[in-house]
Design a binder for this molecule. Structure first.
Ligand code: NAD
Length: 356
């Protein structure tokens, strides 16, 4: 297969970890007889410094032409001035919008050897393997009106939570399809006891379930879902929810694993195009030291192979290699216990590549 991949390394540790994911993809290409071409573009703080924009037109155009996009991270203290005209995070919103990405996928599968790093007891973490599918372009963050209102001496503010039937249909469809090769269990999270948009969500989810008779569908209220994520996280398989609930639940789910450096994510739209990035930020506190954990980015590259290039076997080889090196005790600083040997970003990747 020939594939063209745009990389957007961004700021802080973004370039360090993206470079490692590219190394892994190159090894996969060599091993399986594929040709991957890579094109690096600007996003975030570095893009602001260079062009004045967080996502220059040239970067977006390159992404629109690509088969997939691999992103590092954006932001850092240098661009934190609240009076700044442009902020690095605007690049993230612009790229999601520009590529029409409406679904964010975050798999959560703690490695047994790292169960100690989780804030939950080891027995609670055992068997946890789920994926959160978050709607990304609708709901409270985008609905209008969204404004402050002056009423004489008083002021109010309004946000609008609106969902269209087609927005719910396409994300539910994705959730059912993702569940099929897994444990065939979709948990749809809403607040249907209070919100009318959630009642529409539930109604459409139930109606669509008729097309997927071999998949189990549960409806869970968001408050219950938040509780179950810490009391019985192993009971989930595919969790699907709207934008705001998903924003909160994905962060809650992420901490179960114990380190920000380990988790990948994918943002998908129509067709095969997708944006893949580790869930962590630019980690300015460790940037430039060569000690960042590259596994979140490397596992994002595996998701890229699976979802955008239909290379499931190659994706599984990367995931297996990561599992094996973790089982063998390879540790970067963020996941090492006192006394354990600490590997650099580069050495962690070497250990993955050695096992591919
Ligand atoms: P962060 O994820 O960058 O860092 C949180 C903590 O986790 C830090 O101590 C960091 O050293 C550690 N960490 C993160 N990734 C790691 C890795 N791969 N290996 C080892 N340790 C790792 O979050 P933050 O400190 O809240 O934010 C820093 C900057 O990143 C901010 O400017 C923020 O806006 C931005 N940010 C960007 C994204 C993104 O690009 N998608 C996401 C979150 C935050």
């Amino acid at each position: 297969m020939n594939a063209h991949i745009v990389t957007l390394p961004g700021d802080g540790i973004g370039p360090d970890v993206t470079a490692q994911a590219v190394r892994v993809l190159q090894v996969i290409a060599g091993k399986f007889g594929h040709t991957f071409s890579f094109e690096q573009q600007l996003i975030g703080g570095i893009a602001i410094d260079t062009t004045g924009m967080a996502l220059p037109r040239e970067s977006l155009d390159a992404c629109l032409e690509a088969d997939a996009v691999l992103l590092g991270a954006v932001g850092g203290p240098k661009w934190d001035d609240p009076r700044a005209k442009t902020r690095p995070e605007e690049g993230l919103l612009a790229i999601r919008k520009g590529l029409g990405l409406y679904a964010n996928l975050r798999p959560v599968k703690p490695h047994p050897a790292l169960a100690f790093a989780s804030p939950l007891r080891e027995e609670k973490i055992k068997g946890v393997d789920f994926i959160v599918v978050r709607e990304l372009t609708g709901g409270l963050y985008f609905g209008t009106p969204k404004e402050r209102r002056q009423h004489g001496d008083h002021v109010s503010a309004v946000d609008t939570m609106e969902y269209h039937d087609y927005e719910i249909r396409r994300i539910m469809d994705l959730a059912f399809k993702l569940a099929a090769p897994r444990k065939k269990h979709v948990t749809s999270v809403d607040k249907a006891n209070v919100l009318v948009s959630s009642r529409l969500w539930r109604e459409i989810a139930t109606e669509m379930h008729a097309d997927y008779p071999d998949i189990k569908l549960d409806h869970v209220l968001v408050d219950t879902a938040a509780m179950r994520l810490v009391t019985s996280p192993a009971s989930f398989d595919v969790v699907v929810t709207e934008n705001t609930f998903g924003d909160i639940l994905t962060d809650e789910a992420a901490v179960l694993v114990g380190s920000m450096g380990l988790l990948p994510s994918a943002s998908l739209g129509k067709g095969k195009m997708g944006l893949y990035e580790p869930i962590h930020g630019s980690a300015p506190d460790i940037a430039g030291q060569g000690i960042a954990n590259p596994l979140g980015s490397i596992l994002s590259a595996a998701m890229l192979l699976r979802h955008s290039l239909d290379l499931a076997q190659e994706a599984a080889v990367i995931e297996q290699s990561v599992n094996e090196m973790l089982s063998a005790g390879c540790r970067s600083a963020d996941i090492a216990r006192p006394g354990e040997t600490v590997l650099t970003t580069m050495q962690m990747t070497d250990e993955v590549i050695r096992r591919i």
